[in-house]
Design a protein around this ligand. Structure first.
Ligand code: AMP
Ligand code: MG
Length: 503
């Protein structure tokens, strides 16, 4: 009897290239990570590992921990720190990074059986590769006044949130694994150094274009645009209008991303243009927060004194950032084309947000007063400070559960009756509809207090909580009866937990 070979590749069978590094020294600096000696592997995402065809179990090898901690490289890796600038809190800040993230290389995604069977050359598809980037791997030429390190606190938050957002269905960069060591790192207090390996097809940001535009290096803007279009937006074609088509696509992806954030209740916290992915992915998890008690003006970043990045301003800021990108691409695209592209934003945002809301409400068709039905609900959730995630989950069970959560009074009953009229002619029937709602309305999001529990344990050398939280977030639509508490708002001792920008 033949024994099937193990699925996936061993670590040393992964084949790395680095197309971004090939753009040359104007775009990045060659830089070997400064590792954290003696660091331990804290956690690993099996789903992220599968994206690069890493064989299950490889994460238990010492070589893997060494890679994640920045102590070793794999064959073919050509580490570089990419250069970018950005608008911070609305102000052009010049060159910003990358001060502590080092791109190690890119590895092909495994092709699926379908792709292998498809006739070659029929349609141009985006290049299917994953870049691996280490964050916290020491100084680079762009570190400015900082130390190139990341701490356990911020790394646990980035690692868990990246994977949580993916499993919630939100476009995001991914996280393969994290490591932590004993090296002290000074923030508001002395903390410990940690690293995360992130993954995305590319980490090019809006600010990657801005830096060259403001330096009047328009040829470099074009080179970078060609690189991104050829690899990730091949549908934009080869004609002169490819840049306008590319910009339009970025605007649309950004608008759609903002709709996802609003629907799931995610506040990013630092929507600077250096933190905006050219692929429309959630990028750079810092002082983010998931909305708990529903408050439209929720500010998760306590350094954001003016509330520029408050939860309900995110769609507007997403558009503001698209204007900033338009400026950076203005040597390639005409004014009229820019205006036409930007005009797509509101339409795509509204359409995507409404579609996501309808799925949350469990309605199949679109009706004119759906937005009003939702608005009436939002006002009630706000006035009563109801937990965003818990409300939608309650509504996905039955009206009685939703009524208990809202508070049993006339206006709650009135809204639920209006909702009942809205779904009365759904051919699926109540049970089937609510079951469908439970696969779009999560039971679990990464609440800051839960992240804090994982961080405290990890800082004390116990990684089991990080891993247990990851396991729940890998299946956020399932019930996890022994982790019921993590579905609830913060217990009293965690109330008012504030998250700083420092990381
Ligand atoms: P952020 O607002 O966290 O996205 O940070 C802005 C930029 O500051 C990043 O792109 C980094 O290049 C840089 N930066 C932040 N923290 C550090 C650090 N500890 N060491 C070096 N650079 C950093
Ligand atoms: Mg950043």
């Amino acid at each position: 009897m033949a024994i099937a070979p193990p699925r996936g590749k061993a670590l040393d069978e992964l084949r790395f290239a680095n197309s971004f590094a090939s753009l040359g020294g104007a775009f990045s600096e060659r830089r070997t990570p400064t590792g954290i000696p003696g660091a331990r592997l804290v956690s690993f995402s099996p789903e992220a590992g599968a994206l690069i065809d890493l064989r299950a179990g490889e994460e238990r090898r010492l070589e893997f921990a060494e890679l994640v901690a920045g102590n070793a490289l794999l064959d073919g890796m050509e580490p570089v720190a990419g250069m970018y600038g950005g608008h911070q809190f609305g102000v052009w800040a010049g060159q910003l990074g990358d001060g502590r993230a080092i791109l190690l290389g890119e590895v092909p995604a495994p092709s699926t059986d379908d792709e292998r069977d498809a006739a070659p050359g029929k349609r141009r598809e985006p290049v299917d590769t994953w870049e691996l980037q280490i964050k916290g791997g020491g100084l680079t030429a762009f570190s400015r006044f900082a130390d190139g390190r990341a701490v356990v606190r911020s790394t646990v938050r980035e690692f868990l949130a990246s994977e949580a957002m993916h499993h919630l269905g939100v476009p995001t960069t991914r996280a393969l694994a994290m490591a932590a060591g004993d090296e002290p790192v000074l923030r508001e207090r002395v903390e410990r150094a940690a690293t995360v390996i992130r993954m995305a097809p590319t980490f090019v940001r809006f600010g990657s274009f801005e830096i060259f535009h403001y330096r009047k290096q328009h040829e470099r803007v074009r080179t970078l645009a060609d690189y991104v279009i050829d690899r990730f937006y091949p549908e934009c074609g080869d004609e002169a209008d490819r840049y306008a088509r590319f910009f339009t696509a970025v605007v649309e992806r950004t608008a759609a991303l903002m709709a996802h954030w609003q629907a799931v209740g995610f506040a990013h916290g630092v929507m600077n243009t250096d933190n905006f992915s050219i692929l429309g992915l959630t990028l750079d998890y810092g002082p983010y927060g998931f909305v708990e008690e529903y408050e439209p003006g929720f500010i998760c970043n306590h350094s954001d004194e003016s509330g520029r990045y408050a939860f309900d301003r995110q769609p507007t800021i997403g558009l503001w950032n698209c204007y900033a990108l338009a400026e950076a691409l203005s040597s390639l695209i005409s004014k009229d084309e820019i205006e036409a592209a930007l005009a797509r934003y509101e339409h795509v945002y509204r359409a995507t947000f409404l579609a996501l809301l309808r799925a949350k409400l469990g309605v199949l068709d679109a009706r004119d007063d759906d937005a009003d039905l939702a608005l009436e609900l939002f006002r009630m959730l706000e006035a009563r400070r109801i937990d965003w995630t818990n409300f939608w989950r309650a509504l996905s069970h039955d009206d009685a559960t939703a009524l208990t959560l809202l508070g049993d009074d006339e206006s709650s009953r009135a809204w639920l009756e209006r909702y009942a009229r809205r779904v009365v002619d759904d051919p699926r029937g109540d049970d089937e509809r609510r079951a469908a709602m439970r696969v779009v309305n999560p039971k679990y999001v990464l609440r800051n207090w839960v992240a804090q529990e994982a961080i405290a344990a990890c800082e004390a050398g116990d990684d089991s909580v990080v891993n247990a939280v990851l396991d729940v977030l890998r299946a956020p639509f399932d019930e996890h009866p022994n982790r019921e508490a993590w579905a609830h708002p913060a217990p009293a001792q965690y109330r008012g937990l504030s998250v700083s920008c420092s990381s």
